[in-house]
Design a protein around this ligand. Structure first.
Ligand code: C2E
Ligand code: MG
Ligand code: MG
Ligand code: MG
Length: 291
């Protein structure tokens, strides 16, 4: 797995403290070139049914094969890209790669969903539903196989517009997930009004749940809340078998995290999937039940 701080000795940027430094501008210029030059690539992390361990889909996570700094993780450039229009172009690149991968999986006989992260700027863009629709049509991918992940803060920046755009997307058959749930500002009133299909509990609660009673209470009540609202509940950042077992007991639907698999390149993902579904899944899930 690639380390998040693999900047090769280069400091990690904090865009909030970094208004217009040359470093920030340099990165934006390089990112502009990267888009034209196909330096962006998409990694895939499996999302699995909590009980059977079957892979139900994958989250698409962008990586940047930087010419001098190696493979960069999303946290190293997404926050900077989000300050400009580049984030919209970047997301379209990721959307197209993810949707065309879904087509490849379908051609292999695999009915896997794919999830793509959306930034606030793109969610406010009225062209988004049309862009999504035309990509799905181009690759003949059923809309229900695409999930768009938005955070609470992304939605709450302009809630009226977000509610409208999300409703349009959902009317087209695309699924919507609330990402990093529990870390942002949102109200139950909006959650109820939003057209959402999935709640992803933030990994900070999942990490603590086997040692911290409060985290466990939060996870349990979020699962109940999601289910009462008719949503599929996903736990992200599941790093150990113990937490996986716990999430089974609590009735969570889907897990994602290093305990299953860290994000992989498209070809690595396909090889991993074959291995997982042919024998490794049974071995791991058998161990979960047996303990
Ligand atoms: P996210 O959508 O919440 O994605 C989950 C992040 O957690 C990913 O980091 C993933 O690699 C990491 N992760 C997965 N399992 C575990 C685990 O068990 N333990 C730990 N500690 N971490 C785990 P990544 O790929 O660095 O992405 C960071 C964030 O960047 C994402 O958070 C998402 O908000 C954003 N992002 C990634 N790709 C895109 C993209 O294509 N477009 C946009 N707009 N944002 C993106
Ligand atoms: Mg996400
Ligand atoms: Mg998340
Ligand atoms: Mg996140």
């Amino acid at each position: 797995y690639l380390a998040k701080g693999n900047g090769g000795g280069v400091a990690v940027y904090d865009p909030s403290k970094d208004e217009n430094t040359t470093e920030r501008l340099l990165l934006l210029t390089q990112l502009h070139d990267a888009l034209a030059d196909d330096q962006l690539t998409v990694y895939y992390q499996p999302k699995c049914d909590v009980r059977s361990g079957r892979v139900v889909g994958a989250e698409a996570l962008v990586r940047w094969q930087h010419p001098h700094r190696g493979l960069l993780g999303a946290d190293q450039f997404i926050p900077i890209a989000e300050t400009t229009e580049l984030i919209t172009q970047l997301t379209l690149v990721v959307l197209e790669q993810a949707i065309s991968r879904t087509r490849v999986w379908l051609d292999q006989g695999r009915h896997l969903g794919v999830a793509v992260n959306l930034s606030v700027r793109h969610l406010a863009d009225v062209r988004l539903p049309e862009q999504v629709d035309s990509l799905l049509k181009r690759y003949c991918v059923p809309p229900a196989l695409l999930t768009l992940e938005v955070t609470e803060n992304t939605v709450m920046t302009d809630p009226h517009r977000a509610v409208a755009v999300l409703a349009m997307l959902r009317a087209g058959g695309v699924r919507i997930a609330i990402d990093d749930y529990g870390t942002g500002y949102s109200s139950l009133a909006y959650l109820k009004r939003l057209s959402v299909d999935e709640l992803k509990i933030d990994r900070s609660f999942i990490t603590g749940m086997t040692s911290d009673d409060n985290d466990q209470i939060i996870v349990r009540s979020t699962i109940d809340l999601g289910h009462n609202l008719g949503l599929r509940v996903v736990a992200e950042g599941v790093e150990d078998i113990e937490s996986w077992r716990h999430l089974q007991v609590l009735g969570c639907d889907v897990i994602q995290g290093f305990t299953v698999q860290a994000p992989l390149s498209a070809t690595e993902f396909d090889a991993w999937l074959t291995d997982w579904e042919s024998h490794r899944r049974e071995h791991v899930v058998g161990g979960l039940a047996g303990a």
